[in-house]
Design a protein around this ligand. Sequence first.
Ligand code: PRX
Length: 646
Amino acid sequence: MNLLIFIIIIQQGYMKSKINTLQEYKAVYTASVNEPDLFWSEIAKQFTWSKPWETVCEFDMERADFKWFKGAKTNITINCIDRHLKKNAEHTALIFEPNSPKEEAQHISYKELHEKVCKMSNVLIEMGVHKGDRVAIYLPMIPELAISLLACARIGAIHSVIFAGFSSSALAARINDSQCKMVITSDGGFRGNKTIDLKSIVDEALMQCPSVQKVLIAERTKTVITIKKNRDFYLAPLLDEASKINEAEPMDAEDPLFILYTSGSTGKPKGMVHTTGGYMVYTAYTFKNVFAYEQRDVYWCTADIGWITGHSYILYGPLLNGATSLLFEGVPTFPNPGRFWDVIDKFGVNQFYTAPTAIRALAKESLSHVQNRSLASLKIIGTVGEPINEEAWQWYHKNIGKEKCPVVDTWWQTETGGILISPLPHISPQIPTYATTPLPGVQPVLIDDNGNEITDTEGSGKLCIKYPWPSIARTIWGDHNRYKETYFTAFPGYYFTGDGALRNKEGMYRITGRVDDVIIVSGHNLGTAPIEDAINEHPDIAESAIVGFPHDIKGHALYGFVTPNKDLPDLNGMKEAINTLISKKIGPIAKLDKIQFTEGLPKTRSGKIMRRILRKIAEGDFSNFGDISTLLNPEVVEEIKNGRQN
Ligand code: PRX
């Protein structure tokens, strides 16, 4: 495309952040691929920067080096909050819906959010947090969570949110990996009819975390907690004292904004690092387009801020657009399975974004929970986190979207920072189970078994991306080599997603699932290695292998093949002990659904466990194990087959 056409596209207003027709999508997409720098600079100009960029994008795929908007300065909170104060100060930024429907919801305007974030920023500074310091956030879904992230961003501290379902060991490992100076937590959290004592989990974790100097505690459950002198402080009195004036720290576009841990195929979690400028531009742009957000809409994403979906599409993306974003503390089934639908009616939610696992769980409940509610406010419904099966897609489209709301099946990852492949509502065709087309600036490719790009339109292979987009993770905290190895060496010149996908003859993508040792259970990524490490710590266990098997609600569940190193008198007791160990080391989300004790695990002559065979057995598919004669111990296959757990 030559410059002239690009200029025409700009003049026609296609670059004004929101795409309205299929023709516009095609024109904008072509422009974004042919002239990425021009394209992204047009989008980026719509934000407030205190210093402009020198270059739009500099990159080297081989070295896994990416710089977007180099030299520019901004603070993401100026764009999320301050920028809206002139015209929309009284507009609601966040709606907080508590766990119990009996507790009153809170509406926080942009003006109030500004004041709260400034006060919190001043508290952090007062407590000795400086630009570049890491702050761990271990909070339930309460307003303090959103405010803490924004306050860190405002002063230039790097937030590292750890999902409040992780155990104390998992928390400690993440705090230590990035040497956090502070932890922000709460006395406890409410989830359905349970209360979780978060502070005591933090206390246990901190016995192993020498870098942490201060702990700030939000009061939520009024649980009695222990306060360690000079380390632990209740937040409320500090906020009362703090000034409501705070000048945002000017940040370089490439300064880290946050670290967020994700599971890998090998042991240690990976601290994905996202930086300021590119992340800001990309999450704002994709939020606007994927959810077709219009002024005064009420948008609700049911994820937890502890995951990337919450970072990008509860907090940053919506606030960058001056949107109203709903923060929900509870669970879909409390006090009854109609809760999501009640909340939609209560606030007139227009865009609703959830996970296939929640859809499948709610589809199993009586339809009366849906039929008793109106849901008339809904305009767009979305899904994320794992492939959505056709049945769940149809149920969602029919019963929740009433066949009038487009379903946006958004594909992306912690590493990508924002949505890469998704239908655009009312623009893209609706094909159940297909994430359809790439968003502007995103260049997906499929790679075949020989490592070559599939050039035919139709095909299936490993999903890679061949050009950087602004919110691509920049590194793994403290281990750039691992970042390079994990994502950029399998197929040189490409970012490898770890997912398989197929492309139909219209060029639409359908994501088929992970092709590595990561298993997605109820939308949570779980690496098999850390779970196996946890089990193997048991003195009576020699070794173990975890595989996934299809599950009606969770999508996939975990099946463990475990070899004890002695005769076990109480196998059921051992199963319980294994799950307790996993809960303690990682968290209850990683518990095994099925455990089978085996004499041995099938191994290649080089000692590698043949997971392919175990996967088939777990799925109950005994056909065609392939050539097992090369195994070191082919006899165990029969034994494992016979002992399969139903
Ligand atoms: O396998 C893909 C799956 O979730 C993985 C990323 O997980 P995580 O980093 O936890 O981020 C989840 C939220 C963005 C991907 O590699 N995945 C995500 N969205 C979809 C999906 N699989 C199929 N369809 C999707 N829409």
